[in-house]
Design a protein around this ligand. Structure first.
Ligand code: GLN
Length: 484
């Protein structure tokens, strides 16, 4: 029986029934990955070590995690000891970390097997996976279209059925937007739920890791292992971690879903609006109730983000100077030449653009007008959400304005690209959990539905998503036209 497109739960059942061993599963996974090389999902494979670990898992009873023996892919932004970690940048093209990120370590300690590192936008800056030094990732659903970004390699690897789940990170939408464009499920947890230790930082106050999988149920299984309180990350939350799978099937009768008055649906493709209205009807049939809410400052989210994120990126990326990490230019004449050429040669255009914007908004004379002001607006946006969550349990919107766009079609206009994250950025600014599930199709390209939850309410979000998925089949559709 083919293992392609199988969920974690299905693979678990196969391993438990001894119809497949983890070794066979990993070998088959690597074969599928090889046959789909043209998608360019992976930067580095972990072949021999992956098979070795699978053999070890077949012969041990040390873990009773649902992930034991299951192959996973890791976004190439998580440090992995002894396994190249590039952030899809030339400057880190040969970087082999001496330690493993907490989130990945926890998944691996549960017995899962890292089969490779996935391609992404360089340093997680982008929405199309076109800024990678290692080339574009292709959307498995339609030739010539982007998979979204920045976690485009992870999204495409799951959508193409290579792995049942993968890790992603989301600073302004990088789990949810590619999940939407690739027809899979992805959740960005509450800021601080998953340790950032060992994640190469883009914008530290916004970055959050999370799972990408075919179903909400599989995301819950992944989250159970990924979340932790980690003293190595000072922003890690010391909060109780529930079993995210336990409420999945609880009915959502009486659930109050907020619809944001200020989200202007005329900015959306007509099919996205149509599909959104259909999903509302579906939730009504499940017993949910819709309530209009107001987030008065929401329209300031994208401009606020594009001050805060570049500011933090310019500071975080200053460590890549050719001295300690990664690539160094050839024959530097002096220290200044070393810095200038290492960074000029090592970073791509989008990363340079962000560093320039960030340095500008943080510079003396502009700090108050831009950075401080952006932080103040960010607080107002957070306050808007606090008031809204007094009235509703979750907030619903489309994940993106349209389905996946053509490769190269937004390349010349960074603003158009930045607007891709119109609906996803607010949750990052407010530190709230949010997910995307597939809820429709346009011309064989998936469309996504976003649900935003209150602080620490991942279980609620997953419950609302799971209720949708057990009564619809959008998440079961496959790029090859079959249905799981
Ligand atoms: N597309 C957004 C950006 O380029 C978000 C990226 C992300 O979430 N990592 O900044």
């Amino acid at each position: 029986m083919s293992i392609q497109y199988k969920s974690i739960s299905q693979l678990r059942a196969m391993i438990d029934a001894k119809s497949i061993s983890s070794e066979e599963l990993v070998k088959e996974t690597l074969k599928i990955a090889d046959s789909l090389k043209e998608l360019n999902c992976f930067v580095t494979m972990n072949k021999d070590e992956g098979i070795e670990k699978a053999i070890e898992m077949d012969g041990t009873n040390t873990s009773n995690s649902l992930l034991k023996g299951i192959p996973l892919a890791q976004k190439d932004l998580f440090c992995t000891e002894g396994l190249r970690t590039t952030c899809s940048s030339k400057i880190l093209a040969d970087f082999v970390p001496p330690y493993t990120a907490t989130a990945v370590e926890k998944l691996e300690n549960a017995g899962s097997i890292t089969i490779g590192k996935t391609n992404m936008d360089e340093f997680a800056m982008g929405s199309s996976n076109e800024t990678s030094f290692f080339g574009n990732v292709h959307n498995p659903w339609k030739k010539g279209y982007v998979p979204g970004g920045s976690s485009g390699g992870s999204a495409a690897a799951v959508a193409a059925g290579i792995v049942p789940a993968a890790t992603g990170t989301d600073t302004g939408g990088s789990i949810r937007q590619p999940a939407a464009h690739c027809g899979i499920t992805g959740i960005k947890p509450t800021y601080g739920r998953v340790s950032r230790w060992g994640m190469i930082a883009f914008a530290s106050s916004l970055d959050q890791a999370g799972p990408m999988a075919r179903t909400a149920e599989d995301c819950a299984i992944m989250l159970n292992e990924m979340c932790s309180h980690d003293t190595k990350d000072t922003t890690s939350l010391d909060e109780e971690i529930p079993d995210f799978t336990s409420d999945l099937s609880t009915s959502i009768k009486g659930l109050k879903i907020g619809i944001v008055k200020e989200f202007d649906l005329s900015m959306l493709d007509t099919n996205v609006v149509k599909v959104f209205e259909e999903s509302k009807k579906h939730y009504e049939s499940l017993g949910a109730e819709f309530v209009e809410i107001s987030l008065p400052n929401i329209s300031l989210s994208v401009p606020t983000y594009y001050v805060v994120a570049p500011a933090e990126c310019s500071s975080n990326l200053s460590r890549f100077d050719g001295v300690k990490f990664g690539r160094r230019c050839e024959d530097p004449k002096n220290l200044e030449d070393l810095y200038i050429r290492t960074r000029s040669e090592g970073f791509g255009d989008e990363v340079k653009r962000r560093i320039l914007i960030g340095s500008y908004v943080l510079s003396a004379g502009f700090y108050d007008a831009y950075y401080k002001k952006a932080q103040q607006v960010r607080r107002l946006i957070k306050n808007d959400f606090d008031s809204a969550f007094e009235k509703v349990d979750v907030i619903m919107s489309p994940t993106t304005r349209g389905a996946a766009f053509g490769a190269g079609s937004k390349g010349d206009d960074p603003i158009q690209m930045y607007l891709e994250d119109l609906f996803t950025i607010p949750a990052n600014l407010a530190g709230l959990p949010a997910l995307s599930i597939p809820n429709g199709m346009e011309d064989n390209k998936p469309i996504g539905l976003q649900l935003i939850g209150n602080f620490l309410q991942e279980s609620k979000l997953l419950q609302v998503a799971h209720n949708f998925q057990i009564s619809t089949d959008w998440h079961l559709k496959r790029p090859d036209g079959e249905i799981n």
